[in-house]
Design a protein around this ligand. Structure first.
Ligand code: TRP
Length: 330
């Protein structure tokens, strides 16, 4: 039986960090054997919010793809491509926008939240309102069965399904519908908080980049907050209230019971616990960084991978667009 297909994407708005590894990449890597995978750099999506400073996006595109490959996204198994290199995304975006009710977009919780939270950019634009419609186009162009995403993206998947139902209702086909309703494949890892306990984010500068130097990793981890109730070394710690412990849980689950015991029995101090965590994270990132350095020296390989990805993605995309145009009598 043919493998089911998945599509997922990331916006190239900054360097990739441990949050991307825990929340998306590790999951993508696992899915590669079971599914026919399409992984996309969502540069148009990045531009929807960064259109005032487009220069920031360009450098991140290649840098992010280098990180994907270095972590284990395998171009022999998966199609890796850049959204803007396949123009059919915008074509389908427009077509879907014809049938998407305004109310659905205005009520979308991610849209309302971003308008409220992001004050240093003007997001009251026609384009930004359509963000989930472009995402629907990304998914539907490849007729993806499932979409691996974090919880924050669920409203966009629901919107995609609503658009599919409307499309299939308006333009019925005798045999099989043009678009299947895609399902969310929720990533199970709990969300990794930033080094300061707030949401991990580029604008708070509270993350460890996958390409971070060991010395910087040590410093950043040494500055992490630990259990606020543990003042003296002899006080028992509360690992479940400690952000450092959550890093152990996410990245080194095999160390969880021992770390929990040592902390709550005050057998280890916070400084040493953080030193050990830093050493483990440096070890985790070392092979990734080695791959990264090799790839950065082999730009041709990188560009070859992306142009092969573009060709494969385009052949699927152009077929879907022809079917859609036929239904629309264009
Ligand atoms: N909106 C997604 C995010 O910010 C990125 C994205 C764009 C995406 N197109 C997609 C995710 C299609 C899944 C499928 O994380």
């Amino acid at each position: 039986m043919a493998k089911k297909r998945i599509l997922s994407g990331m916006r190239p708005t900054g360097k990739l960090h441990l949050g991307h590894l825990a929340g998306a990449l590790n999951n993508w890597i696992k899915l590669q054997d079971e599914y026919d995978c399409y992984f996309m750099v969502a540069d148009w999506h990045a531009l929807m919010s960064e259109y005032e400073n487009p220069e920031n996006i360009k450098a991140n595109i290649l840098d992010n793809v280098v990180d994907w490959l270095s972590c284990g996204i395998n171009p022999d198994k998966s199609v890796i491509f850049i959204q803007s290199e396949v123009p059919e995304h915008l074509e389908l975006f427009f077509i879907l926008s014809l049938i998407t009710p305004l109310g659905l977009l205005e009520r979308c919780p991610t849209y309302k939240e971003q308008l409220r939270e992001i004050s240093n950019r003007n997001l009251s634009t026609y384009g930004f309102l359509g963000y989930p419609v472009l995402q629907a186009a990304d998914i539907l162009l490849y007729k993806a069965d499932s979409v691996p995403v974090g919880e924050d993206q669920l409203p966009h998947l629901e919107l995609t399904r609503q658009i599919v139902r409307k499309f299939n209702h308006l333009y019925p086909v005798k045999k099989e519908n043009v678009f299947p309703e895609p399902k969310a494949l929720l990533t199970e890892t709990p969300r990794l908080m930033g080094l300061d306990g707030r949401k991990m984010s580029k604008s708070y500068n509270n993350y460890i980049a996958l390409s971070e130097e060991p010395e910087v990793i040590r410093k950043k981890i040494q500055n992490m907050f630990t259990d606020p109730e543990r003042i003296r070394l002899t006080d028992p710690g509360h690992p479940h209230k400690c952000n450092v412990f959550s890093y152990y849980s996410v990245f080194f689950p095999e160390m969880k019971p021992e770390t929990e015991k040592r902390c709550s029995k005050s057998a280890i101090g916070c400084t040493d616990c953080k030193k050990e965590l830093a050493a483990k994270i440096i070890g985790l990132l070392a092979p990734i960084q080695e791959n990264r350095n090799a790839l950065l020296k082999d730009k041709k390989r990188l560009l070859d991978i992306l142009s092969a990805g573009k060709i494969k993605a385009s052949s699927v995309a152009s077929k879907t667009i022809s079917e859609v145009k036929e239904l629309l009598k264009i």
